[in-house]
Design a protein around this ligand. Structure first.
Ligand code: HEC
Length: 171
């Protein structure tokens, strides 16, 4: 009886280690999700840099076509080419174009989370047998020129909008 107890200890240890490793493996993220998130972060930097630079160099008066309008044309072209989908969202009560209101459950949950201070909000979804990463990133009032057309942004130091992405998982 004594000997049995002695031998059972290393086995118990091995079982414990196996359970711990199993938990670690099951908690590890699907590498496809990590790759796709990196792609979204790259796109987010690219789109936001373009919008800021276009505003800085070209949008000198409220009469000029906004970088938001130009950005939405680029998003439509990328969608048509089958790359990914991006929506510009307004997270304040005053929205210039009703199209930009958070629409479905994901966008409404993203609004709550971003306004609560998260830098991004994401979900993996399946549609027609394909998997996508949906990810919404925050837009703050990045430069004084924004207030030229959005007077309600004045003195708003928080998040006022979002870019909402839907990107096929990069396998
Ligand atoms: C020249 C005027 C103008 C300037 C400057 C401008 N915007 Fe806009 N913005 C617009 C217009 C017009 C729309 C609606 C575009 C559409 O959906 O067709 C819009 C839409 C938005 C939206 C989506 C919500 C909504 O109100 O429809 C956000 C968020 C936004 N702008 C943020 C910004 C930020 C941040 C800046 C500064 C980098 C900025 N805007 C500068 C005119 C402007």
């Amino acid at each position: 009886m004594k000997q049995r107890a002695k031998w059972s200890r290393p086995f118990t240890g091995l079982i414990l280690i196996a359970v711990m490793v199993g938990q670690f493996v099951s908690a590890a993220e699907d590498p496809a999700v990590t790759r796709t998130r990196n792609q979204v972060l790259m796109l987010d930097d690219l789109y936001k840099t373009v919008i800021v630079l276009v505003t800085k160099h070209y949008v000198t008066s409220p009469a000029i076509v906004s970088a938001a309008t130009a950005g939405k044309l680029i998003f439509a072209a990328m969608k048509e080419k089958g790359w990914h989908e991006v929506r510009l969202l307004g997270l304040t009560d005053q929205i210039t174009n009703p199209e930009n209101k958070p629409a479905d459950a994901f966008e409404k949950a993203a609004k709550k989370s971003l306004l609560a201070g998260q830098t991004s909000y994401e979900e993996v979804v399946s549609e027609g047998g394909k998997q996508y990463l949906r990810m919404a990133t925050a837009i703050p009032v990045v430069m004084p020129e924004c207030v030229m057309c959005h007077s309600n942004f004045k003195d708003n130091k928080g998040v006022i909008g979002s870019l909402s992405y839907k990107v096929p998982l990069v396998q």
